[in-house]
Design a binder for this molecule. Sequence first.
Ligand SMILES: NC(=O)c1ccc[n+]([C@@H]2O[C@H](COP(=O)([O-])OP(=O)(O)OC[C@H]3O[C@@H](n4cnc5c(N)ncnc54)[C@H](O)[C@@H]3O)[C@@H](O)[C@H]2O)c1
Length: 380
Amino acid sequence: MKKLRTAIIGTGFMGRVHAENLRRLPEVEVAAVAGSSDERARQFGNSIGVNRATGNYQELLEDSTIDAVHVLTPNALHYPICRAALEAGKHVLCEKPFTILVQEARELVELAAQTSHANCIQHNLRYYPVVQQMRCMIEAGDLGEILIVQGTYSQDWLLYETDWNWRVDSTDNGALRAMGDIGSHWMDLIQHLTGLGVTALCADLATFHKTRRKPKGPVETFAGKTLKPGDYDSVPIDTEDFGSVLLRLGDRARGAFTVSQMSAGRKNMFTVEIYGTKAGVAWNQERPDEMWIGERDRPNGILVKDPALMYPRAAAYADLPGGHSEGYDDTHKQVFKRFYARVADAAAPVEYPTFEDGLLGMRLLEKVAESSKKQGWVEV
Ligand SMILES: NC(=O)c1ccc[n+]([C@@H]2O[C@H](COP(=O)([O-])OP(=O)(O)OC[C@H]3O[C@@H](n4cnc5c(N)ncnc54)[C@H](O)[C@@H]3O)[C@@H](O)[C@H]2O)c1
């Protein structure tokens, strides 16, 4: 079998997650990696057993033997790298949030539409088997008409003023941090699950640390805890630590969610609750194999992931039998399986989030910023 050859651009947290999960696909080879310097790329390449490593991603785009690239850099680089990759004729999978400006996202959607190449935004949270079960239940009408959605995405890794990452700097990250980083996942998932689009929103954003102490050297995601006092400069902060948003969806559904990177003890708590005219469901990413089912006239239930007990379309997202957990890593694998099916065959179905979804996400983020600035509701 001729393997599809892919390149990883960005050698941090996501570089490793993508490399490891790509290796679970027999039809794909991680052929090369690109980092911010030759040395960093080489170190990362060595750690995952990939020989070809470069500090210049352009070199990999010029290589006609590379079929696809994964764009896993700080957000501000997504646009130039995706653009160059599309122009070089590569299939492109890009991490979220898609870009830092709506206009950039729009341009990439237009450019991608001119090619037959696959394009994907890595909204991997859609791919927990139990999440797909919620989606199937909603589609089948098990919940009735959806009226209420609520939840949070809460983390604590930026709680202290000494916590630093490129995300706190709007130049690398874009204007919205907590909203762009994790709120983008929440808004994508709720629309994916319910099939309802956000029609209006009212957002309130807060930056609790007006200044943060920036380490003098680079720090990769979640790695700031190891630094010592005295290795810092004090810098003003222009991205939010926390946000809350009221939502209107579809014809008459209502909702609300919060995002936070300063909630002590919450490591990666994504929760969603959806209530319809017949029943409700709730899910927490920190207990990924369990779904709560809320009933009015009989006892509530817990569905533990088991493909034998799920809708067949949801069961297709579970590769292991009941009682064998499938978590965060597996969601990436599930996206990659579907993306590379399309890379291999342009007639394969598009069963993954596309650049169009990335553009929608960017438009919503722009509305969140607008609403927070004017302190009122905005139509979407
Ligand atoms: N889907 C998810 O669950 C998820 C989770 C975390 C991060 N992300 C997204 O993934 C992206 C990367 O985030 P991360 O947490 O891995 O950040 P990170 O800081 O850990 O890694 C980013 C890497 O990009 C490298 N880089 C910088 N400039 C580069 C260049 N010119 N060429 C090549 N590499 C370069 C850095 O050296 C670093 O290794 C972001 O867009 C983020 O929003 C998604």
